[in-house]
Design a protein around this ligand. Structure first.
Ligand code: FAD
Length: 273
């Protein structure tokens, strides 16, 4: 389908984007367009104005910052997958970026767009939750930092206000092992279920894709590991506290089963790395 009529503005700075969002009714940011445009074509979204930030090249980078890494919100999956610094110091982000969609999606889609969109089936938000990432947001009141754990509020709902621009994602360097396990029925699909795990010495932070209305931490698994359970025993608790959807890719029960299998695999991979 063809989107409803809209106005189009190109922002030349973050500040201009914030001003444009404030001065137009029902305006939305456009980054890579690979979530927003499909929604507009289906007429699930009908913004009156698009504010294009896709050309703000100053928001595309991976760099060292305070012992961790800072990633610009407009960095595309393709660049994240290939970035040498990221691969060496926080390989889970590079690796998961390489599993998103197809090459066309990875050449256009941005990490910031994925995070801001708030789709619980997306891969990078889960990875960022497992990493305890921090998200830097600029809005009319200045800049603030939001922990990933506080950012994802509900289905397609985040801590971003209507005039906010997500500018940077801060992740730690990963000292121990990591894994991202994604199961999809067809190659290049969204995850039916995904599991991100980061850890060392038998403990791990574990997060789940598509097991609720937001990406969620597998708290029961983490607690089991902390009290000495092995990977298989801890993985048995992967479904606790989840609320997975039932759809054409699988029932909620099937997803809970998948989560157990994928958590077990992820924990074994963490230990191996
Ligand atoms: P856009 O579509 O431009 O924007 C998405 C939303 O975020 C909009 O509401 C926009 O206003 C807002 N926004 C964008 N940037 C910012 C910002 N910096 N600050 C504040 N708000 C912002 N994703 C996966 O995770 N895994 C997959 O396997 C997968 N497969 C896909 C397959 C196909 C065929 C397609 C079309 C998409 C797929 N995606 C998948 C989604 C893809 O990752 C999107 O690119 C991503 O979710 C959104 O990034 P974007 O830059 O395209 O954002």
């Amino acid at each position: 389908m063809i989107p409803a009529r809209f106005d189009y503005e190109v922002a030349e700075s973050v500040e201009q984007a914030i001003d444009l969002l404030g001065s137009r009714d029902d305006a939305k940011l456009l980054a890579g367009g690979h979530s927003l445009i499909p929604l507009m074509r289906l007429r699930f979204a009908r913004p009156a104005t698009l504010v294009d930030i896709g050309r703000l090249s100053e928001l595309s980078y991976v760099r060292e910052r305070d012992g961790g890494l800072a990633i610009g919100a407009l960095t595309r999956y393709h660049d994240l997958e290939r970035d040498e610094l990221l691969r060496a110091e926080c390989g889970i982000v590079s690796y998961a970026s390489g599993l998103v969609g197809d090459p066309q999606v990875r050449h256009r889609g941005t990490i910031g767009g994925s995070v801001a969109h708030g789709d619980p089936a997306s891969d990078l938000p889960t990875v960022l939750l497992a990493l305890d990432a921090e998200l830097v947001v600029r809005g009319p009141g200045g800049e603030r930092t939001v922990a990933a754990a506080d950012f994802f509020r509900s289905f397609f709902e985040t801590a971003l206000g209507p005039q906010d621009v997500l500018t940077e994602i801060r992740v730690p360097k990963v000292e121990g092992g990591w894994a991202y396990e994604k199961f999809a029925l067809r190659a290049q699909d969204w995850a039916t279920v995904g599991v991100a795990a980061v850890g060392s010495n038998g403990t791990a932070r574990v997060a789940l894709t598509n097991m609720g209305t937001t990406p969620i931490r597998a708290q029961a698994v983490e607690e089991a590991l902390a009290s000495g359970a092995d990977a298989s025993a801890a993985a048995e608790r992967a479904g606790e506290g989840t609320n997975p959807p039932s759809d054409t890719n699988g029932s909620a029960d099937y997803r809970r089963h998948l989560a157990t299998v994928l958590v077990r695999r992820a924990l074994k991979e963490v230990a191996r790395r």
